[in-house]
Write a protein that binds this ligand. Structure first.
Ligand SMILES: [Zn+2]
Length: 368
């Protein structure tokens, strides 16, 4: 590595000669969907710039070298506040700026229907509004790079076209759109599905339905939450077979990710339980998930353990594939001239352990 980029890639001829098994090396992990980590929350009532700076560094121990802080449906005023906070963190702190190359706005232009809406508050769900979005983009100084919306709104097509023209990736999610509306959204420039298989009605017509429509589209990349709790392995398998090199792993992690198993009080949804297996559910009803608490290394391990794909492919779907969709230079992966965002890790067939993380050639994390 030289000056923050990979200078040369050269396989070692006798890598076992040193007597110790060497770790794997992979491109830094890129997570397009993070709401919080280790007690920190992008969406908290009064988000603090310092929290965001801390979070940008905290995720290094998970091998994450870039992520989209994701803000969920809220009021116009609160959106602007949260966007200003992220922007201030990026302006004041080069590390935060490098860690958060784009903001993901999830909502409020999503489906008002129960199930499809997920946990997003109904009172703030509204039709796509370009003027409102421009105000957010101003507050964010152009940092919004990804928006999740539902094309069921008549206003959505011109909105999608304007987003795409301005360089924002449009993702279909939290939707109850018809096949026609999904096809029109793709024609207007939507290129992604947000956590496909989740944020959906509990019961759907066997066909047609919006999951089949998105699975079958060759134009759409698809994000999936491969934590082992949000969708079954069979769904991940189908998503991988249909999307191939367009499959993207995301964590959709909330602030309980990276925390010890136990019970926690959440002022919004009541008490939650994080099990030793890593499942996060409501205490009053263990059937109901309270978000995701697993980061990308766990999701990669889940894909490989269930033989959905091999290690290299799973790693790519959590690194160079999302970078490529977003148009970021980290999509060059392990090649000369690419940013030296690297992760050293070990894989024993069960667990994936991050050993060290490098951001722009600097060793920012080493496991003790
Ligand atoms: Zn969601």
């Amino acid at each position: 590595m030289r000056n923050g980029v990979i200078a040369e890639v050269e396989p070692l001829p006798e890598y076992r000669a040193c007597g110790e098994e060497l770790p794997f090396v992979g491109p830094g992990l890129v997570d397009l969907h993070i709401n919080g980590y280790a007690g920190m929350d992008v969406n908290e009532e009064q988000p603090q710039t310092e929290t965001l700076k801390r979070m940008s560094r905290a995720v290094w121990k998970e091998g994450v070298t870039a992520f989209c802080p994701t803000i969920v449906t809220n009021s116009d005023v609160q959106y602007r506040l949260m966007l200003q906070n992220i922007t201030q963190a990026c302006r004041e702190d080069p590390a935060a700026n490098a860690a958060m190359p784009g903001i993901h706005v999830e909502g409020p232009f999503i489906s008002p229907e129960d199930g499809a809406r997920g946990a997003h508050p109904l009172q703030h769900v509204t039709a796509p509004d370009w003027t409102m979005f421009q105000r957010w983009q101003e507050a964010a100084e152009g940092r919004i790079k990804l928006i999740t919306l539902s094309p069921e709104w008549p206003e959505s097509l011109s909105f999608i076209e304007r987003c795409v023209k301005s360089g924002v990736i449009v993702s279909i999610g939290h939707t109850s759109a018809s096949p026609r509306q999904i096809a029109d959204a793709i024609a207007a420039g939507a290129t992604l599905s947000t956590h496909l298989g989740n944020g959906a009605h509990l019961t759907l017509p066997r066909h047609p339905n919006y999951i089949w429509e998105q699975l079958s589209s060759d134009s759409l990349h698809a994000c999936v939450i491969a934590d082992g709790f949000h969708v079954p392995a069979s769904f991940l398998n189908v998503a991988r077979k249909t999307k191939r090199e367009k499959l993207i792993l995301v964590s959709d992690a909330v602030k309980y990710s990276g925390m010890e198993p136990g019970e926690y009080d959440n002022p919004l949804i009541g008490e939650v339980v994080l099990t030793s297996e890593g499942r996060l559910h409501l205490k009053r009803n263990a059937q109901l998930l309270a978000g995701s608490a697993q980061m990308l290394p766990h999701c990669i391990a889940h894909m490989v353990k269930h033989r959905i794909c091999g290690l290299a492919e799973a790693w790519e779907s959590a690194s160079v594939v999302p970078s490529g969709l977003m148009g970021w230079s980290a999509s060059q992966g392990l090649s000369a001239g690419a940013p030296a965002d690297l992760v050293l890790f070990r894989w024993d067939g069960e667990r994936l352990d991050i050993e060290a993380t490098f951001k722009n050639g600097i060793n920012v994390f080493t496991r003790k």
